[in-house]
Design a protein around this ligand. Structure first.
Ligand code: T6T
Length: 322
């Protein structure tokens, strides 16, 4: 009898806790990596889902530049409010963000990493970095392989290519580089002749691509792995008068790159699904907090490849960043 009473009491306590959680308006914090169209679009998707579910979305200031030195102070200020129920963020380094995010998690705030992950992103194994509920983001390695294959087609299976990257300690862009390397290796007559890191500065990317083209005039194709490296690569190739002669494959469907593709000045754009990523963070965070749902450790939205043949299709317009 005593056991039954204790059991009933526990059930009542649990029910009142769940009722309490669902009664109050949940507050989710979003901390992006940098001010760019990719994260602006992610915010829009997250906001739409938050509106649908009645969650309050609190967005951290968009950092003006990429890196833990910019992101960490904003992140700390965001959670210092003391009323955040869940945080989703794109760590700007696989290593440097571990301590601060662990501290936030230890203070009782569940964390999802979106777009980028900590270490190798395998949160299913016990480790000092497997505390996030999930990684929600693109399969960047696969995307890099797809771009390599497309570049090979553009170049008829042979030629020298160059890759413009951003930061070597960021999971997303390194996934793209590694996938591209693996994809290029399949073609014996193609060679990756150089890789540079612009630290997410478009002007630096443009200068690095210009220097590479001057050093090796045989470069026939360039892959820019994100907004800033892609737009910098396009800028360099256009100002060298090499549009058309050097094939350009890019990542991230900004208006600038889409316009360039429409004009036939670049050849390919891989668009991620940032709005879907933001929406998924809010949706899974909500299910986790209100229903105790177990969040899959990895959630991988797809991507869309724009070419000159589909860039004006009605169905494709939804993939352009907002
Ligand atoms: O490509 C995106 C994002 O996926 C990456 O992690 C960092 O760069 C972007 O924000 C584009 O600038």
């Amino acid at each position: 009898m005593k056991r039954i009473v204790i059991g009933l009491l526990c059930v009542c306590l649990l029910l009142s806790f769940v009722a309490g959680v669902s009664a109050k308006k949940l507050k989710f914090a979003f901390m992006p990596g940098i001010a760019d169209p990719f994260y602006f679009t992610m915010e829009k998707g997250a906001q739409a889902m938050a509106d649908k579910l009645g969650v309050e979305l609190i967005v951290g200031e968009f950092p003006k530049a990429w890196g833990p030195e910019y992101q960490v102070p904003i992140l700390k200020a965001l959670v210092a409010r003391g009323d955040i129920d869940l945080l989703f963020t794109a760590p700007t380094s696989t290593e440097a963000l571990i301590p601060v995010l662990k501290e936030i998690y230890d203070s009782g705030i569940p964390v999802i990493t979106v777009d980028t992950y900590l270490k190798d992103g395998d949160y299913s194994k016990p480790s000092n970095y497997s505390f996030p509920l999930s990684y929600i983001g693109t399969d960047n390695f696969l995307g890099g392989q797809v771009v390599a294959g497309a570049m090979a087609v553009l170049l008829g299976g042979k030629g020298k290519v160059f890759l413009e990257n951003t930061n070597p300690d960021v999971s997303s862009v390194m996934g793209r580089e590694n996938g591209f390397r693996a994809g290029i290796e399949i073609f014996p007559e193609m060679e990756l002749v150089g890789v540079e890191y612009c630290l997410d500065l478009q002007e630096t990317a443009a200068a690095q691509v210009s220097a590479a083209l001057q050093k090796d005039p045989d470069i026939a194709g360039v892959f820019g792995v994100n907004v800033f490296s892609a737009q910098g690569a396009y800028q360099a190739i256009a100002s060298a008068g090499l549009v058309g002669a050097v094939k350009i494959a890019t990542w991230d469907a900004t208006q600038t790159l889409i316009e360039a593709l429409r004009k036939g000045e670049i050849d390919l754009i891989l668009a991620q699904m940032p709005a879907e990523m933001g929406a998924l963070c809010v949706e899974w965070g909500y299910k986790h907090l209100t229903e105790g749902a177990e969040v899959p450790k990895k959630i991988i939205p797809g991507f869309f490849v724009f070419t000159k043949d589909n860039v004006n299709d009605a169905d494709a317009q939804q993939y352009i960043y907002k």
